[in-house]
Design a protein around this ligand. Structure first.
Ligand code: SF4
Length: 234
């Protein structure tokens, strides 16, 4: 396992392509990316395709995605020939209803995210023996992401790799415009961050607010726990 402190020094001002190239070379067939096909993810996927064409991308299908998101994902898989593995929760919705009652996302969003997002991904990650996990987190997205580092360890000792960490929202959209990349049509309707469709999980953001301010608004929650519990760089 590489020395994380050294890597973070090396990658402090690195371009995302350099970090991606390192990840792909260092852990062949042991690294994957997770994406819900939001703007930052599209940028990273576009960069990754210049390095390798069949890089595995995990999409967590919570069963609550907007139809627009699912259609956009299908379109991108077809047009960009992506290697996407869709992960579904082990516990079906009828079992969730039986055990936890209706509208769990409203009453206990942490438990809903745990069942439908976090557990399915971590289980698969363990089963496949992955060493590294690339995601498109950026520091400017929310207060909870300000202290992230380019390379971190999760609670299982696996590496979390954040190539786009220092990019701003403006830079992401400038890249999208420059390369004429497709995006989820919900951005045109005023959504700044797109997750599950219940309005308590994804709402339109106020202009000038944090990009993730429309996520679980009023619930005191801004993360789904997929990206929390990371150890700061050692
Ligand atoms: S974002 Fe909402 S609907 Fe989706 S898993 Fe989390 S709580 Fe459930």
């Amino acid at each position: 396992m590489p020395e994380i402190q050294k890597l973070n020094e090396q990658f402090a001002a690195a371009e995302p392509e350099e970090i991606l190239g390192w990840a792909v070379r260092s852990f062949p067939y042991q690294t994957a990316m997770t994406s819900s096909f939001q703007a930052s993810g599209i940028v990273l996927i576009h960069m990754l395709r210049k390095i390798t064409l069949d890089f595995p991308i995990f999409f967590i299908d919570t069963g609550y995605h907007f139809p627009e998101t699912l259609e956009f994902k299908t379109r991108l898989i077809r047009e960009w020939k992506l290697n996407v593995l869709t992960i579904v929760p082990e516990m079906g919705k009828s079992e969730q209803l039986r055990l936890h009652g209706p509208h769990l996302f409203e009453r206990d969003p942490d438990l809903c995210c745990l069942i439908n997002k976090v557990d399915p991904l971590l289980t698969l990650q363990r089963e496949l023996g992955l060493k590294g996990w690339i995601s498109a987190l950026r520091r400017d997205q929310a207060e909870t992401r300000r202290n992230l580092r380019p390379v971190m360890k999760d609670e299982y000792g696996n590496l979390r790799i954040h190539p786009l960490l220092t990019w701003t929202r403006e830079r992401v959209w400038a890249y999208i415009e420059k390369h004429r990349l497709p995006t989820n049509p919900l951005y045109d309707q005023g959504y700044a961050s797109i997750g599950c469709f219940p309005t308590c999980c994804t709402a339109k953001s106020e202009p000038g607010s944090d990009e993730r301010s429309g996520r679980w608004a009023g619930k005191g929650k801004v993360e789904c726990e997929l990206h929390s519990r990371l150890k700061s760089e050692k």
